[in-house]
Ligand binder design. Structure first.
Ligand SMILES: [Fe+2]
Length: 293
């Protein structure tokens, strides 16, 4: 099968476009893996994919699917498959982030599928974290080499039972231990969780630094949960610099029905634009690559 590719935008990714009405399942797997390793984000367009094809195609490249336990948003399970989730919890903008970077065990790879695009707006956004790091001022690079992010979340018992999909406090203790999360349990079994992580991480190959984290949407949606690890506030001027870079180097993916998006969650940040069309349906799968990575 002949693959026709072109950049997603001038600065990021590749799109693989169906020319001869072929099934996406016939694509040369090795070619896709090589493109994914080089670009970090691939858009598959024109393959007339449905939810079943989305599942089968992503299964060819992925393993260790997660059920989003501990996730920040409400996500609806699609077709009784706990590994296919709708992302439309609410309709406002979500700024650039690495998926689940507010906890230790992140999915290394993401898939998105457009079951139905919004009639207008609702684009998914992408940005290369290497590029983002390169755009930071020297003083901000220096700041991020000294300070980490600290997420602090308070929850009552009902909230943590639902959020982590567990049954008791011992499971919560075990989970926090595995996730390097500091846990304080109060008499009424309400809890305080504290998790510290870097703003900038080394790339998989070790040759680059990558700005990838949950900083932008956390400050946008729940600013109280986030401080630096020395408990200092994250300054407004810093957020101004970061949001300015995001505006400059973010690419919008304008969805077509049946599009698939494959993302390296160790390098490529994503987000989405606001929308009002309630029929927008974008699905996500959280997983790891089933190939050397
Ligand atoms: Fe996300």
């Amino acid at each position: 099968m002949n693959i026709i590719t072109q950049p997603i935008s001038e600065i990021i990714g590749q799109q693989i476009i169906n020319q001869d009405d072929k099934s996406i399942l016939e694509i040369d797997r090795e070619k896709i893996i090589n493109l994914f390793k080089e670009y970090g984000v691939l858009l598959f367009r024109g393959f007339n994919a449905d939810t079943e094809i989305f599942r089968d195609f992503s299964n060819l490249f992925s393993t260790d699917f997660l059920d989003y336990a501990g996730g920040a948003f409400n996500r609806r399970v699609i077709d009784n498959d706990q590994t296919i989730l709708s992302v439309n919890d609410f309709q406002t903008e979500i700024k650039l982030h690495g998926e689940m970077y507010y906890q230790k065990n992140i999915p290394l790879m993401l898939w998105f599928f457009c079951a139905n695009p919004a009639s207008q707006h609702g684009e998914t956004t992408v940005c290369d974290g290497r590029h983002f790091f390169a755009e930071l001022s020297n003083s901000t690079k220096e700041l991020f080499s000294r300070k980490k992010l600290k997420f602090t979340v308070r929850m009552n018992k009902e909230q943590w039972l639902i959020k982590y999909k567990i049954d008791d406090v011992n499971q919560l203790r075990e989970m926090c231990k595995n996730h390097d999360t500091h846990l304080t349990i109060y008499e009424d079994e309400s809890v305080l969780l504290e998790y510290i992580c870097p703003v900038v991480v080394p790339s998989k190959c070790g040759n680059y630094k990558v700005f990838i984290n949950s900083l932008l949407p956390s400050i946008q949606l729940s600013p109280d949960v986030l401080r630096f690890d020395d408990d200092s506030q994250i300054p407004d001027e810093l957020m101004g610099e970061l949001n300015g870079i995001a505006d400059k180097i973010t690419t919008d993916i304008c969805w077509n029905q049946g599009d698939l998006l494959m993302i390296d969650n160790t390098r490529i940040m994503h987000g989405r634009k606001a929308f009002t069309d309630e029929t927008r349906e974008i699905y996500i799968r959280l997983c790891s690559p089933a190939f050397q990575f």
